[in-house]
Design a protein around this ligand. Structure first.
Ligand SMILES: Cc1cc2nc3c(=O)[nH]c(=O)nc-3n(C[C@H](O)[C@H](O)[C@H](O)COP(=O)(O)OP(=O)(O)OC[C@H]3O[C@@H](n4cnc5c(N)ncnc54)[C@H](O)[C@@H]3O)c2cc1C
Length: 394
């Protein structure tokens, strides 16, 4: 008989895990607490490991990417508000594929709902687990319908918690959030711009980074940019009191440049934005008996790392591979899965601290050093592009 797995969460991690499980011959069931599938989202740069995982999961052909030609132009704004050529997120090694989160989810969804190859996966919306009891032989899960409050129980051979940074599965099975969510003393606000910053080209990326606060505008080839406002603060809890927009206006009041002005004005009108504190999730082990965590729930490397979506895809693909290799030994499969993945996650969790300085420098000296490093990187990139152009025209 086919083994059944419950996957909690219909995000990148959840769908990747479910497709990986299906590839390994399991029958996955996904529950999602929202009443319907979300769309859209913010800028995500998909790294080579994530693109390879998309191939492994059989969804690469359905992934819509939005890179401007040559990675597009990136502009750095000086303290006086002047622009100079800069180095954008898409110019880093690995040539990230520019997408919004919804592009990855849309590609995964086509496979999940059986639009491509494989049986459609059973997806239940407005449903969340409220009790998880690992008996050793199986896992008994009590579900609650978000609309009616009705409850029912079902048994599974495995439960995969892919329910994000503040995972309820993690809290129920592994312990309180504070045990695993590390403090980063930083906040983010992300949203979709309706229009590019005036006087910049539609596909341009714009970066204005000062000590403790920064604005990043991410340009795409075929849709308006998304924007990230990020700042450092030692009291993240207090940031959630009162109006988020008013708080951001206060934090960014000393930065009077076109990107900041445009972003703050757009924020007042946007129907939807994400305002949150930044954390990394660090766990000594990602599984306990027949319950495993995957994606942000297990290892959130955070947005500064630029690796969360990549790691979630890879985590799902690797889970399928490990279960295929050890079909009759769940413990061996989960141990093998974790030991293969952990060095990759550890490395990117570490690098994120350095990358954070690139996103939002911690002090004036770091801000100055960052500018020098990026100016050198920019010159090197321009030389490389000029050489490549010369080779093509020769
Ligand atoms: C601003 C920003 C920029 C980023 N940039 C990048 C980037 O450039 N590159 C990159 O690789 N990554 C990036 N990331 C990270 C990436 O988006 C995430 O790591 C990835 O989307 C996480 O996916 P996930 O499926 O683990 O979690 P989530 O996306 O949080 O999905 C969790 C799902 O579970 C559901 N859920 C939650 N609780 C329950 C419950 N109790 N029961 C049922 N369902 C539940 C939620 O509704 C949701 O659908 C960025 C993140 C942010 C915020």
């Amino acid at each position: 008989m086919q083994k059944r797995a419950l996957v909690v969460g219909l995000g990148i991690a959840g769908m990747s895990a479910a497709i990986g499980l299906r590839q390994a011959g399991w029958t996955p069931v996904i529950v999602e607490r929202a009443p319907e599938r979300r769309k859209g989202g913010y800028f995500v740069g998909l790294m080579p490991e994530g693109r390879q995982a998309a191939v492994d999961l059989g969804i690469a052909g359905y992934l819509h990417t939005r890179n401007p030609p040559d990675g597009g132009k990136a502009w750095s704004l000086t303290r006086r508000g002047n622009r100079e050529p800069g180095v954008g997120f898409l110019h880093q090694p690995g040539d990230p594929a520019a997408v919004v989160r919804g592009d990855i989810e849309a590609a995964l969804w086509r496979s999940t709902c059986g639009d491509t190859t494989g049986e459609p996966i059973d997806v239940r919306f407005a449903t969340a687990p409220v009790e998880i009891d690992d008996t050793g032989g199986d896992v008994r899960v009590l579900f609650e319908d978000a609309g009616t409050g009705a409850q029912h129980r079902e048994n599974f051979d495995l439960v995969v918690g892919a329910d994000g940074l503040r995972s309820r599965v993690r809290r129920m099975v592994f312990g309180p959030h504070e045990d695993y969510m590390t403090k980063w003393d930083a906040m983010i606000c992300v949203f979709q711009l309706q229009e590019q910053v005036p006087s910049f080209a539609e596909t341009d990326s714009i970066i204005s980074a000062r000590a403790g606060r920064a604005v990043w505008v991410f340009g795409f080839a075929d849709r308006p940019p998304t924007v990230l406002l990020t700042y450092r603060t030692e009291d993240t809890r207090r940031q959630f009191t009162g109006s988020a927009i008013q708080r951001l206006r206060t934090v960014f009041s000393e930065m009077d440049d076109p990107a900041v002005r445009h972003a703050l004005a757009a924020l007042e009108k946007t129907p939807e934005f994400l305002f949150d504190s930044v954390h990394q999730v660090k766990m000594p082990r990602w599984s306990n008996g027949r319950v495993a965590l995957l994606g942000d729930a297990a290892w959130c490397p955070n947005l500064y790392s630029g690796m969360g979506a990549t790691a979630a895809l890879r985590g799902g693909a690797e889970l399928g591979r490990a279960l295929l290799e050890s079909p009759d030994d769940l413990d061996a499969a989960l141990t093998g899965w974790e030991s293969r993945l952990r060095p990759f996650i550890r490395k990117h969790q570490r690098i994120a601290r350095l990358k954070q300085q690139m996103f939002v420098p911690s002090s004036r000296p770091v801000e100055a050093l960052r500018s020098v490093v990026l100016r050198l990187a920019c010159t090197a990139r321009e030389r490389r592009l000029a050489k490549a152009r010369a080779r093509t025209s020769a």
